[in-house]
Design a binder for this molecule. Structure first.
Ligand SMILES: [Mg+2]
Length: 368
């Protein structure tokens, strides 16, 4: 298999309602759809999922664009490969930039599975026909978050996640538990705390959370390990885990009891699968995290979530959770809390060319 050209589609869409964290409010989402085309004209699609500003990791849409165009695509173009896993080797000389790498790597996985005539999920080692869906309720006020939770439960989601910070945590979780005493609930702090806040974090144990996600700093595995010994609620790491090595270190130190795997954050499907395999061996549950993404990344997430170790519902919401109209057809749809895996080859969803064109703000073909 050989990629003859890439097309980068930079797209932008307005969210149905703002996504609020203590670091950033996302109203509009920009991203890059990476199309890899082989010598027979077959296209595979990936998505570079960095945000417009570096609040989640240091990557942005612009850094992704530069990295893919100037550094990564030239490493792949016109080069013979037998399997997508070979790309990691080619990318070894490029430090970091996981989301840019994943944008290219996932496009190649889609292309490869289309050429094999197999669903991507099957090639990854899928064990399920459907995956359980969870969603994030990130409103701008407690009242709004409560009403979003209510809607999500009506739509059948099996697990709800909210965003917390030291300013709102206790009041928000108390009100949620008052209205919804038994729902599977988790809280994501996006590094809003430090170890000095241990008493405040301990006070959250009473809410019986499934886990608390990334309470401390991104580069603080040791402090997370200390915190985990002091609180009952399981810690889940997100931003701290960017590679299999990070996962190995975190598990050895006891920094977490759960890992959120995001394909973009760890540099692609191959690395995501490695982290999944390690966690499975050690009995640590994992789930697929979301990036407020478009349909292409969503489809890759669904395929990944079909592996055995993904025992906790991921951030795998319907396309319609964020978008008026997605760029894939059919759109991803949660029915009774689950998403059925597609049976077609590749990611199993078609690009909605009309919609893609409508939301494209920049398009470039890379030939060499
Ligand atoms: Mg998170």
């Amino acid at each position: 298999m050989r990629v003859e050209r890439f097309i980068l589609h930079v797209i932008e869409m307005e969210l149905k309602s703002p996504f609020v964290t203590h670091l950033e409010t996302v109203n509009k989402r920009r991203g890059i759809i990476v199309e890899a085309i082989d010598c027979d004209g077959v296209s595979g699609y990936g998505e570079a999922v960095a945000f417009s500003t570096p609040w989640y990791t240091e990557e942005t849409v612009q850094t992704n664009y530069h990295m893919i165009k100037d550094i990564l695509a030239p490493l792949v173009l016109h080069r013979e490969m037998n399997h997508p896993s070979e790309i990691n080797k080619w990318f070894e000389k490029v430090r970091g930039n996981q989301m840019a790498k994943a944008g290219v790597e996932t496009a190649i996985w889609d292309l490869y599975s289309k050429r094999q005539g197999q669903p991507l999920a099957v090639l990854l080692g899928s064990v399920r026909e459907e995956v359980c869906a969870g969603a994030v309720a990130a409103g701008s006020s407690i009242a709004e978050t409560l009403s979003r939770i209510d809607q999500l439960l009506t739509q059948g989601y099996e697990r709800i996640k909210v965003k917390i910070s030291p300013q709102n945590d206790h009041e928000l979780l108390r009100k949620i538990r008052h209205q919804f005493p038994t729902i599977p609930l988790m809280a994501d702090a996006n590094s809003a705390y430090s170890l000095k806040d241990v008493d405040q974090l301990k006070a959250l144990d009473e809410f019986q959370l499934l886990m608390i996600e990334q309470p401390l700093a991104v580069d603080d595995l040791v402090q997370h390990a200390k915190l985990q010994k002091m609180i009952e609620t399981r810690i889940c790491l997100d931003e701290s885990i960017r590679s299999i090595r990070d996962a190995e270190n975190a598990l050895e130190l006891g920094s977490c009891g759960v890992i959120n795997i995001k394909i973009g954050r760890v540099g692609g499907l191959q690395e995501a699968k490695k982290i999944h395999d390690l966690c499975r061996k050690q009995g640590v549950p994992v789930w697929v995290g979301g990036m407020i993404e478009f349909g292409v990344s969503r489809a890759h997430n669904v395929a990944l979530a079909s592996l055995e170790g993904f025992s906790i519902p991921g951030d795998l919401s319907s396309s319609s959770h964020y978008w008026h109209e997605d760029i894939i057809e059919p759109e991803i749809q949660v029915v009774n809390g689950t998403i059925s895996l597609p049976h077609e080859a590749g990611i199993g969803y078609q690009i909605n060319e009309k919609r893609l064109k409508e939301v494209t703000i920049q398009k470039e073909e890379l030939i060499r």
